[in-house]
Design a protein around this ligand. Structure first.
Ligand SMILES: *Cc1c(COP(=O)(O)O)cnc(C)c1O
Length: 334
């Protein structure tokens, strides 16, 4: 089976497993796990922020991050297919009690005029006040699209001028960084708080982080425990993240090249593929998924007429080639 459903299907290799087995650990609820602290400090440093907090999932990292910016009955603006809006099962409403309004951007991108038009200052007991804007980089359902730095700076300036804040869902910020060469610290400098995942392209089995100010992270630590996310000798998992940063970051360009190859086979312009995700419009996604599976290629359906193909470190160039010929046949684009 060649599994292209998601970059979360990777399994840890021998090097990562031995780093995990050898990790120094302690009780992280007492802040005594040296490997977790090392990971948190390293990640905070990479993004130029004061602090970071290890979480079990990216969804929890996003919930913790946004709740440092937006309170009960206040709103965040985000893109209509954002992971926080579509794929976190209403966690932000359920746990934080915030509301969302959305704009629709091409490839999940930033539409500053739409944000400007929607933005609601605090006018007292009449309208829901906008406290934050959230952007996603790369954009998952937007086909792994990278946000351009100029738009990020423009939206950052807009929200900061109005006393609001900017959140970035950077689950795949690593892919954006490798695709564009933009330093992680430049992304970090533009936003108030961000969430990143180690369990996507970086190939760790578990783990995400919230990154922000000392104050935001102290608050997130309290809420992580409140949500049942206080973990004990979790350095075993943080070690996988450290290993992933050392060994799996620079290689992401291989996934991007494989994605372009697969795009071509699927009749998608490879130049439109920024990173490791190819979104394909098809007449019947379920039928395409089933036909590919019959030939040992697994892809995903992310909508009734939308298939998604994702490359990752478990896919070699040869496997990408084989999958490309299967998909070309299935999609009739050969
Ligand atoms: C995967 C993902 C997350 C976090 O997902 P978890 O499964 O909760 O770790 C957040 N944002 C984006 C864009 C994602 O793709």
């Amino acid at each position: 089976m060649i599994d292209l459903r998601s970059d979360t299907v990777t399994t840890p290799g021998p090097g990562m497993r031995s780093a995990m087995a050898g990790a120094a650990v302690g009780d992280d609820v007492y802040a005594e796990d040296p490997t977790v602290r090392e990971l948190e400090e390293r990640i905070a440093g990479l993004f130029g922020h004061e602090a970071a907090l290890f979480t079990p999932t990216g969804s929890m990292a996003n919930v913790l991050a946004l709740r440092t910016l937006v309170g009960v009955g206040q709103e965040v603006l985000c893109e209509s297919s954002a992971h926080i809006a579509r794929a976190e099962l209403g966690a932000h409403a359920a746990f934080t009690g915030l509301t969302m309004r959305t704009w629709t951007g091409r490839g999940g991108g930033i539409d500053l005029p739409a944000i400007e038009a929607m933005f609601a200052p605090d006018l007292g007991p009449f309208f829901v006040p906008t406290k934050a804007v959230s952007i996603e980089n790369t954009h998952n359902f937007g086909g792994g699209a990278v946000l351009d730095m100029a738009s990020i700076h423009a939206v950052a300036q807009f929200v900061h001028d109005r006393g609001a804040a900017l959140h970035m869902d950077g689950a795949r910020i690593w892919n954006a960084h490798v695709a564009t060469g933009t330093p992680l610290s430049e992304y970090g400098a533009a936003v108030d708080v961000l969430a990143v995942c180690l369990s996507k392209g970086l190939g760790a089995p578990v783990g995400s982080l919230v990154i922000g100010s000392e104050e935001a992270i102290a608050e997130s630590r309290v809420w992580r425990k409140r949500m049942g996310g206080g973990m004990r000798q979790v350095g075993i998992l943080a070690a996988a993240g450290l290993f992933a940063l050392d060994h799996h970051l620079a290689r992401l360009h291989e996934d991007h090249a494989n994605a372009r190859l697969l795009a071509e086979a699927c009749g998608v312009d490879p130049a439109s593929v920024d990173t490791n995700i190819v979104v394909v419009d098809v007449p019947d996604a379920a039928a395409v998924v089933a036909a590919a599976a019959e030939q040992d290629v697994l892809i995903g359906a992310v909508g009734p007429r939308t298939a998604r193909v994702v490359t990752h470190l478990g896919i070699t160039r040869d496997e990408a080639d084989s999958a490309a010929s299967v998909l070309a046949k299935v999609l009739g684009s050969s």
